[in-house]
Ligand binder design. Structure first.
Ligand code: HT7
Ligand code: ZN
Length: 872
């Protein structure tokens, strides 16, 4: 199929103003009658035929202003409806289609999840329900009547407010929902099923009482309290932080167990992967609680950034996703430790987005061409999209940023907007020309910044020389210098922050805007050499190389006033060691003592913020090191280097680690709050390190902690430690865990994922055996991600086995999954995104596996796109 290009955007020739849907739910033959108020677009082509999208549809009936057109007046295929000579003015178009939700394994459009009818329309799922101009710039007011057998679906939900409901003969009933806010078709949703409701209310700042509902499988009602609490906190926070108030009388969330992504922000009716709703201390880890809080907030925040202001076209996806991620990050930062949240976000950014941007799937935050939009729900659009907004805030300052946001929310309310519209608001609010800043949206790849410093003790000056470079990425060989806001500080030998003055004595702000290929900045008043702390808070999403020595990094780890950079200094020490050790062997790589001393200092001070200490003690991952190496990567060498470093650190910190286990034990019953979670995080990181040698007595202690834990966080953390060490303890603990949670699919996902990540040669056979386990179901995206996704993305040594069997396995699973669920298959396949950086033997085998996928006769557009770009 032809690619879609941003440069070819033009308005729809026909738009729809109102939509009346009558949907009669049936497992295999759901009847959809759509009555659409259609009119020609004033800027469209006059007299153009009407062309609506479809996907796998059959037209059962059609009428124009109540009359059936002649057969030659229109053409309806599975993927298109064309009316050759539509009326020149507004008209009423009635369409009837019949769809089969039970057979819908793609989970796009109307489908069934454990008997519940539900929808997923973003990005192009509405066209699988009825013919429609299924594009985000066609905004209509929807009224939806849903009818079903009452026993099968006592709950009938739609967008907006409930306006009517009642019983019908023969055990049937109906509900009518009306959403007064014009919206694009991707925000349409309905749900019908036998679900339990947990309800509450929220009163907005202007006094609107909103009825809140969370709908889940019967018996799971007691797992919704945290999600409900997170929702209410999100609603309040959005009023306070961004002035955004909720605008309907109802806000419903439905949790389903078959879902392609995390959740969906349908207007007034969010549909969630149940993984991101359900939580009890015995079923969910602290990380699960934090993810629920963030995703509930994210989807809620879309009500303004995404729904009230939507995207003109799918190229503008970052307009809603990047901005909403930024908003949910800020929310979590306010709810929890800001520094720890920032560190966690940067870890995620580097591991996913930097990796994506360094490989064949690299693309700009605002792409200019796509073959399959589903493949652009990426770390680049989401996470880098959020980073750009954070960088903008650093560049123009918090006050101008807030003015820009306010302007955007007022000026574009009700619009289908572009990234240009968004940035124009900040240019206006700050009085700055943001033309160069816009390159962040257009240029792909991670900017590289080299920093060198010069100190002149006689003149008392300290000079920072900065240089930015940009590596070529697919379709972009040559790039322009960008504007990189680098927050920084200078720290004196006493550990105190030094005042910042230029050579001529003017005070300077703590941000350097690096807006040229090279720039030098000289500071005065430094008879002794200060240590530079730069890119504080990770103010710009760049790869930074400095001339800081190991001693400087050890100093920053102790004294930097910026907590993020204290953590970064430790990470850099560890990374430098691991990169060298992966290349030359541990014996030749230095820096361990300085790193261990820095970690000892962190542990000594861990009472201040245990969650921070946990982050500091977590070494860079094997894939982080692979990314740093960039070429000729040998995952076995990385694994060996990381293991050796962990043992070396342990031998230096051993007593302190066991002290930490008792010092930071959490008293009292489990609570998911950030402070308690931070203590558990520290204990569990310490436990992992303490037991890293696999000594029998220590593993017995870990096994006891596993058995005796009163919450999932500690139970699972201990199991994860045991999983690293082969033997009877491990197998017994895995079996006991499985027995205990036999009936709980979400918990067994953890069990699947843990086994898939074991770094041992037998793991591939274990994973293959688990494919046949009753806990696994090939048809459920969560199960596939847990088992196969964790193996491919979370097990560097075994996915990258030197015999290529890991690659061949993934290729097989992708080929088998593709006919059923192309979106999930394409996502699994993107685990090959770094294959070009591998050493020659593995590279050849990875290419062969990709070529095997490429040679498969009937590939979906999703998988074809990923495989073509990966090999391209
Ligand atoms: N906006 C939502 C994206 C999404 C999605 C996209 C494609 C296919 C299925 C999907 N489910 C959800 C979720 C979000 O980012 O908020
Ligand atoms: Zn989103």
């Amino acid at each position: 199929a032809k690619p879609v290009k941003l440069s070819e955007y033009r308005v729809a020739d026909h738009v729809v103003k109102t939509v009346h849907l009558d949907i009669v739910l049936h497992p295999t033959a759901t009847r959809v009658t759509a009555v659409l108020a259609v009119e020609p677009h004033p800027q469209g082509i006059a007299g153009a035929p009407l062309v609506f999208d479809g996907d796998g549809l059959t037209l059962a009936a059609i009428a124009i202003d109540g009359r059936t057109p002649a057969p030659e007046a229109y053409e309806a295929t599975a993927d298109r409806l064309v009316i050759h000579n539509p009326p020149a003015g507004p008209f009423r178009l009635t369409l009837e289609t019949v769809v089969d939700p039970q057979a819908n394994t793609q989970l796009m459009g109307l489908y069934r999840s454990s008997g519940t009818w539900c929808t997923q329309c973003e990005a192009e799922g509405f066209r699988r329900i009825t013919y429609f101009p299924d594009r985000p710039d066609v905004l209509a007011v929807y009224t939806t009547r849903i009818e079903a057998e009452k026993k099968a679906a006592p709950v009938l939900l739609g967008n907006g407010n409930l306006v009517e409901a009642g019983d019908l003969p023969h055990g049937r009933h109906y509900a009518v929902w009306h959403d007064p806010h014009p919206k694009p078709s991707y925000l349409f949703a309905l749900v019908g099923g036998d679900l339990a409701e947990v309800s509450d209310t929220f009163t907005t700042r202007s006094g609107r009482v909103v009825k809140l509902g969370i709908f889940v499988e019967h018996g799971k009602e007691d797992r919704c309290a945290y999600a409900m609490d997170a929702l209410k906190r999100s609603m309040r926070w959005d009023e306070e932080a961004f002035g955004c108030e909720y605008d309907l009388d109802v806000f419903n969330i439905v949790a389903v167990s078959d879902f392609n992504m995390g959740a969906m922000e349908n207007k007034g009716l969010n549909i969630f992967n149940d993984k991101y709703v359900l939580a009890l201390p015995d079923t969910a880890t602290d990380q699960d609680y934090a993810a629920i809080e963030a995703i509930i907030a994210h989807e809620y925040f879309h009500n303004w950034t995404g729904n009230r202001i939507t995207c003109r076209d799918w190229f503008q996806l970052c307009l809603k996703e990047g901005l909403t991620v930024f908003r949910d990050q800020e929310f979590s930062g306010d709810m929890r430790s800001r520094a720890v949240k920032r560190i966690a976000d940067v870890r995620l950014l580097k591991s996913h987005q930097f990796a994506e941007d360094a490989g064949p799937l690299s693309h700009p935050v605002r792409p200019e061409i796509y073959h399959e939009i589903n493949n652009f729900y990426t770390a680049t659009v989401y996470e880098k999209g959020a980073e750009i907004i954070r960088a903008l805030k650093v560049l123009i300052g918090a006050e101008a940023f807030r003015r820009g946001m306010d302007l955007y929310l007022v000026r574009h309310d009700g619009d289908a907007a572009t990234v240009e519209d968004f940035i124009a608001c900040f240019a206006e609010a700050s009085g700055r020309d943001l033309t160069q800043f816009f390159l962040w949206y257009r240029q792909s790849g991670t900017p590289q910044v080299a920093v060198a410093t010069r100190h002149d003790p006689v003149a008392g000056t300290f000079t920072v020389d900065l240089k930015q470079t940009h590596l070529p990425t697919p379709g972009q060989d040559v790039k322009q210098p960008m504007v990189l806001p680098l927050a920084f500080g200078l720290i004196g030998p006493d550990g105190a922050e030094r005042p910042l003055f230029t050579e001529d004595g003017k005070a300077v702000p703590g941000v350097i805007a690096l807006d040229a290929a090279q720039k030098s900045v000289t500071f005065s008043g430094h008879p002794t050499r200060p240590v530079l702390s730069i890119n504080r808070g990770f103010s710009a999403p760049i790869v930074l190389k400095t001339d800081l020595t190991a001693a400087d990094l050890g100093f920053l780890a102790r004294h930097d006033g910026d907590a993020y950079n204290r953590w970064q200094a430790i990470q850099t020490l560890a990374t430098d060691h691991l990169v060298a050790a992966s290349r030359k062997g541990a014996a030749l790589a230095g820096g361990v003592d300085i790193l261990a001393d820095a970690l000892a200092a962190v542990l000594a001070d861990a009472g201040r913020d245990p969650a921070f200490a946990a982050q500091a003690l977590t070494l860079p991952s094997e894939s982080d090191i692979a990314r740093e190496l960039g070429a000729e990567v040998d995952p076995d060498a990385i694994h060996a280097a990381r293991r050796a470093l962990r043992l070396a650190i342990r031998s230096r910190l051993d007593g302190t680690l066991s002290d930490a286990l008792s010092r930071f034990a959490t008293p009292g019953p489990y609570s998911p709050d950030a402070a308690a979670a931070g203590r558990r995080a520290l204990c569990n990181v310490a436990l992992d390190l303490w037991a890293s040698g696999g000594e029998a007595d220590r593993l017995a202690t870990v096994a006891a902690r596993h058995r005796d834990a009163d919450n999932m966080t500690d139970r699972f953390a201990a199991l994860a430690v045991l999983a690293q060490h082969p033997g009877a303890d491990r197998e017994a603990a895995l079996e006991a865990f499985r027995e205990r949670y036999r009936a709980d699919a979400l918990i067994l996902d953890k069990w699947l994922a843990l086994q898939a990540a074991i770094p041992e040669a037998a793991t591939l056979d274990r994973v293959k055996a688990l494919l046949a386990d009753p806990a696994f179901a090939m048809t459920n995206p969560n199960r596939l991600r847990a088992l196969v996704g964790s193996f491919a993305s979370g097990n560097q040594t075994q996915f990258n086995r030197p015999d290529g069997a890991g690659y061949a396995f993934l290729a097989e699973v992708v080929i088998a999954t593709d006919p059923r669920n192309p979106q999930v298959a394409a996502r699994l396949l993107s685990a090959f995104r770094s294959w070009r950086g591998l050493e020659a033997g593995r590279r050849t085998l990875a290419r062969a596996a990709l070529e095997r996928v490429a040679a498969t006769a009937t590939l979906s557009a999703d998988v074809r796109d990923i495989v073509a770009r990966s090999l391209g």
